[in-house]
Design a protein around this ligand. Structure first.
Ligand code: SF4
Length: 204
């Protein structure tokens, strides 16, 4: 759908430079989805992996600390629901080039690809498959109403003991939900707050 260099706005890697690749296609159907234009896979151009990677490499600055390469660069594969596609070849190519591969997924489709970081953001509208739960480095639950805290705990109990836990207010409900999240985290400090800072600083 699109690819762009920006700052990661959410979760554990918030504030870091990252190249985002947003893949078209999603049938999860979140009512509050902010990228509904991603849903129809056929509305977006298709690229072969080689030309996509070559194009992206041109846009990522060379890092002297990476020996003149781009070795520290993070590439985030997001969507849509990126796991509707087989991501094996794409992630293999990026890792071969020294990039860190990060995934943002609802987990509703089988896990493919080779990942340095997996952010699982399960959705009520289409549950994640069980296989991804122990693989997640980060569990990020979007809080849209009060019942989402109980739902978040259901998944926190099923991820690994080292998985980071984040609660993130749904953007249009942030004024109502953020105070509740703050109180919840104070009472349950295994959780941390994730804000969509890219929306506050007005970057994509
Ligand atoms: S999983 Fe993501 S892209 Fe798909 S409907 Fe939900 S928020 Fe939108």
């Amino acid at each position: 759908m699109e690819h762009f260099y920006t700052l990661q706005g959410e979760g554990f890697h918030q504030g870091k430079a990252a190249y985002f690749i947003r893949l078209g296609g999603c049938d999860v159907g979140c009512i509050w989805c902010d990228v509904k234009e991603s849903w129809d896979t056929d509305k977006h151009p298709k690229y072969d992996i080689g030309s996509l990677i070559a194009d992206i490499k041109k846009n990522i600055p060379v890092s002297p600390s990476a020996g003149g390469g781009q070795g520290e660069a993070i590439v985030v594969i997001t969507g849509g629901e990126p796991l509707m596609h087989d991501l094996s070849e794409l992630t293999k190519e990026f890792q071969a080039g020294g990039f860190k591969t990060h995934l943002e997924t609802s987990g509703a489709y089988p896990l493919t690809g080779s990942w340095d970081w997996i952010c699982l953001s399960p959705k009520k509208f289409k549950a994640p498959l069980p296989g991804i739960l122990p693989e997640a480095h980060e569990l990020k639950v979007v809080v849209f109403n009060k019942s989402d805290f109980e739902w978040a705990e259901k998944y926190a109990a099923r991820v690994s003991s080292i998985c980071k836990l984040y609660l993130q207010p749904e953007w249009d409900k942030a004024s109502q939900m953020t105070p509740l999240i703050i109180d919840y985290i104070k009472a349950n400090p295994k959780w941390e707050l994730s804000l969509q800072i890219h929306k506050y600083i007005n970057v994509p």
